[in-house]
Design a protein around this ligand. Structure first.
Ligand SMILES: [Ca+2]
Length: 174
């Protein structure tokens, strides 16, 4: 039952079993299913015997590596930097692989995970949205659309041909 040990986390048996631990030591022994005499996250005060909150952040070095440990009554939390998340197994702040976890990310393009973020590379003719989260289509004024528009204008006799050529090339540049 000693799987998924927290590497780099040091605590005594009493402390481990009362807080984050399910087993303790090498070779390891399983902690009682329910901590005793206090519920999980609490230990008896040495003098009074009353159950009091454990400040895991102070008591257990190595928690929330890569982030900030914040104690709360009965437990603790890890405040992780952007693009990072506490993983249950390690209790560390680890990079989130957005490419794996977010559906339809970089829609139409290729997603590359980076530490704390990700990037999208988009197929030729497409470009990434300002936040980089997806591939946007070509400029709505594609050559075809422009030609349709120009032909319409020509039919309506609103422009002459020389202006038409400049009009098309100015759109193609964008
Ligand atoms: Ca606590």
């Amino acid at each position: 039952m000693c799987q998924g040990q927290l590497s780099g986390v040091v605590c005594t048996k009493t402390l481990c079993c009362a807080t984050i631990g399910r087993a303790w030591g090498h070779p390891c022994e399983t902690c009682p299913a329910q901590p005793h005499p206090c519920r999980r996250g609490f230990i008896p005060n040495i003098r009074t015997g009353a159950c009091q909150d454990v400040d895991e952040c102070q008591a257990i070095p190595g928690l929330c590596q890569g982030g900030t440990c914040i104690n709360n009554v009965g437990s603790y939390d890890c405040k992780c930097p952007a693009g990072h998340q506490k993983t249950e197994l390690t209790q560390k702040c680890e990079d989130v692989d957005e490419c794996e976890t977010q559906l339809r990310i970089c829609d139409g393009g290729e997603c590359t995970n980076t530490v704390g973020s990700y990037s999208c590379s988009c197929p030729p003719g497409f470009f990434a949205s300002t936040d980089g989260s997806r591939c946007l289509g070509e400029c709505p004024c594609t050559a075809e659309n422009v030609m349709d528009f120009v032909i319409l204008l020509l039919i309506l006799n609103l422009i002459d041909y020389s202006e038409d050529v400049n009009f098309v090339s100015s759109f193609k540049k964008t």
